[in-house]
Design a protein around this ligand. Structure first.
Ligand SMILES: [Mg+2]
Length: 297
């Protein structure tokens, strides 16, 4: 079996926990994918990913790649995904940096002390968020693979001084072919130890990212399938925002993790080939091409 319905969601009285396999799957109108551990691991495509994305494009089903990994720019993701043969434009890529930029634009904050790689700093600058380090109005932590002690010390000082404090995502580690490496959530844990403060998270599983995903795909939450490999970000966000939660076992989570998890997917697949067959069976891939493939609204 390449796909199985998860065990019944906990009955919390919400009344909207119909199993994916019943009536909900018939209404899959768009699909959003996590990247690391779902579409690829580093530069290696995971089984079934290319074929499923191509099938969605051919059927005119909007799709999106939504990643918490804020170490790279959206343009870098487009380049990387294209190098792997995936059909993608900037519109089909949503990073936690995009969510953070959208969030800051909705506030009066424009000058964060931005803990980020140089290319990500440039991406924020191009979007009107100036991270000069002079007179910052907030602190924004990302997956800065160029992190230094000086940056940690400055961020700690500013957080303790009471500036609004944000993080792009809560992931403690990032999967790599040679094993997990410290990620943004681990940096936040260090700063919590030093300052006692916790950041407002803007990426998965939080509302800012979920809202950005829905806005990009332009479909109702209940018809949006979110596919990821992590229970505490991907599945948690899908559950909290009424998306169809699809867990793929190609990354972090294992079947053993599922048993102990409070975050219960609607569908579990061994890889994206399993989801492909499932969407084919329930008719999602037979839609007539309409609007722009992968676009949405
Ligand atoms: Mg992942």
């Amino acid at each position: 079996m390449s796909e199985t319905l998860a065990t019944s969601p906990p009955s919390d009285g919400a009344g909207s926990s119909a199993p994916f396999g019943a009536e909900r799957a018939e209404r899959v109108a768009a699909v959003a994918f996590d990247l690391d551990g779902t579409i690829y691991l580093s530069s290696e495509l995971l089984p079934g990913a290319l074929e499923l994305v191509e099938a969605l494009a051919m059927a005119g089903v909007p799709y999106l790649f939504a990643t918490n990994n804020s170490s790279k720019t959206g343009a870098q993701y487009v380049e990387h995904l294209r190098s792997l043969g995936l059909r993608v434009t900037r519109r089909e890529v949503l990073t936690s940096n995009d969510a953070a930029i959208a969030y800051l634009r909705g506030t009066s904050l424009r000058r964060p002390y931005l803990v980020a790689t140089p290319e990500v700093v440039a991406e924020y600058r191009a979007e009107g968020i100036e991270a000069t380090g002079e007179r910052p109005d907030s602190v924004l932590l990302t997956f800065d693979t160029t992190l230094t002690y000086d940056k940690l010390r400055r961020a700690s000082d500013l957080i303790r001084a009471g500036l609004p404090y944000f993080a792009t995502h809560p992931d403690l580690v990032c999967p790599t072919p040679s094993g997990p490496v410290p990620d943004c959530g681990a940096f936040a844990a260090l700063l919590h130890a030093a300052t006692g403060a916790q950041p407002l998270v803007l990426g998965k599983p939080e509302a800012t990212m979920a809202g950005a995903i829905r806005a990009r795909l332009g479909v109702a939450a209940g018809t949006l399938a979110f596919v990821g490999d992590r229970l505490y970000t991907d599945v948690r966000m899908a559950n909290a925002h009424g998306f169809l939660a699809v867990l793929t076992l190609t990354g972090e989570a294992t079947r053993a993790d599922l048993l102990a998890s409070p975050h219960v997917p609607d569908l579990v697949v061994d890889d994206l080939g399993g989801l492909h067959r499932y969407l084919h069976r329930v008719g999602t891939l037979e839609q007539r091409p309409s609007a722009e493939p992968g676009g949405g609204g």
